[in-house]
Design a binder for this molecule. Sequence first.
Ligand code: NAP
Length: 256
Amino acid sequence: MGGILEGKRILVAGVTMDNSLGFAAAKVAQEQGATVLITNFGRALNITKRIAKRLPVEPPVLELDVTNEEHLAGLESAVREHVDGLDGVVHSIAFAPQDALGGNFLNTQWPDVATAVHVSAYSLKGLSMAAMPLLKEGASIVGLTFDASVAWPSYDWMGVAKAGLESCARYLARDLGPKGIRVNLVSAGYTKTLAAGAIPGADVMGTIWGERAPLGWDVEDREATGLAVVALLSDFFPKTTGEIVHVDGGYHAMGA
Ligand code: NAP
């Protein structure tokens, strides 16, 4: 009782499996007292509906493809079937076509890059605007990034899309701040998920992480990220926006 999200209504966009970072955020949010709604799209929607039962409270599952303008336009009414507003939105969404990942950086064609940027960066703006009629002063939007200030093995155009996401979050913070809405990102260390598994050769980062992070790092631990997302959704960061909080065991701060 008395969790930091008590009475808050939170939409978590991008939950497929119980190893999704969005699942971890949804779980901690419920444990902290929130009413949670989750989204996914397409063929995986049925998987999400099954996975939803593994949360402490089974949440409504809404369909949302962030590249589908009809889905975005219908989000407000879909949410209002369950709750009459939102206090927080979690963007836990990324996708890049195989040609844009895994070391093919110099040969990737624009349509594949465009898809990566649309789904992984521009969608933070799309989701935020779709949710805007549901949000009021004090609301919090939180996205997930993978440190885009450096180049990584295999990450390629997803890294470029993440740089776009990080910039997008700052511009949203600028434009939504006057409405009292905060926009922040959690920069998570390499974690085993469906999305991470789809990047050929990226698992090498898991090994390096454990060796370099001063706090150590467990690629199976998603709760640390979920806790940080929930902290940013809560009222405990009232004057923090346009920020990137690293949940990476301290890896980003080490030179070697
Ligand atoms: P995940 O479980 O695969 O989550 C990614 C989600 O994005 C999936 O639910 C996926 O749905 C959804 N998605 C893809 N295209 C979409 C679209 N057009 N519209 C709506 N949803 C779409 O993997 P994850 O690692 O937890 O990723 C969540 C977030 O954390 C991503 O932003 C990712 O970049 C970020 N992150 C991950 C790591 C890591 O190491 N895993 C580290 C830092 C940041 P489908 O499964 O149906 O395609």
